[in-house]
Design a protein around this ligand. Structure first.
Ligand SMILES: [Zn+2]
Length: 214
């Protein structure tokens, strides 16, 4: 099974990706994780990409594409994979198509998780993280026993800059202008499965499995 998971930041892609990778026994190829692990990557292209990440700049498409292709060549991806965070614009999607066509590989499904902005902002904006151990809480859905204090170690709960409303809105804006068009691109090819991501993890997982005929 070769799949791509798409959806706005905070919609629950990570959770759905874990389900799908576990179910199909395929690797989770997340460009977010790849960029975070570039410090271990000693290839030329890895070092080049790291120089952009270190400067706080976006890694150019040509470099991102090469990193993904290299990852797809590894043994564990021979019989399938799940791409997450890639392609993030239509140029990357077209490049990936060209690469896959050369390798005689076809994407079987594009899973598009959807949720309204207000819900995403509520979900992420309510997140609080323990300064000491990194445990994650939520101001309404997963409250600590004592407000602002970690249950496990008494550490102080803070809101990460990434989780602040202004940051989420900016990331959603980038998503709608650059990444959402990719869904339209794949829709023309008839490969997109739209999933309502507003329910519980169990409900969303059930919808995905049903849509994939599992
Ligand atoms: Zn803690």
């Amino acid at each position: 099974m070769r799949m791509i998971i798409m959806g706005p930041p905070g919609v629950g892609k990570g959770t759905a990706a874990a389900l799908l990778c576990n179910h199909y026994g395929i690797p989770h190829i997340s460009t977010g994780n790849i960029f975070r692990e570039l410090y271990k990557d000693q290839t030329e292209v890895g070092k080049k990409a790291k120089s952009y990440v270190d400067r706080g700049e976006l890694v150019p498409d040509e470099i991102t594409n090469l990193i993904v292709y290299n990852r797809l060549l590894q043994d564990d991806a021979k019989n399938g994979f799940l791409l997450d965070g890639f392609p993030r614009n239509t140029d990357q999607a077209k490049a990936l198509d060209g690469y896959l066509a050369e390798s005689h590989i076809k994407i079987d499904a594009v899973v598009n998780l959807k949720a309204p902005d207000e819900l995403i902002i509520e979900r992420i904006g309510g997140r609080r993280v323990c300064e000491t151990c990194g445990a994650v809480y939520h101001v309404t859905n997963l409250k600590p026993k004592v407000e602002g204090i970690c249950d496990k170690d008494g550490g102080k709960l803070i809101q990460r800059v990434d989780d602040m409303e202004a940051t989420i809105k900016r990331r959603l804006g980038v998503y709608y202008s650059q990444t959402e068009p990719v869904i339209g691109y794949y829709e023309k090819k008839g490969a997109v499965i739209h999933i309502d991501g507003t329910g519980t993890i169990e409900a969303v997982n059930a919808l995905i499995m049903k849509a994939l005929g599992e």
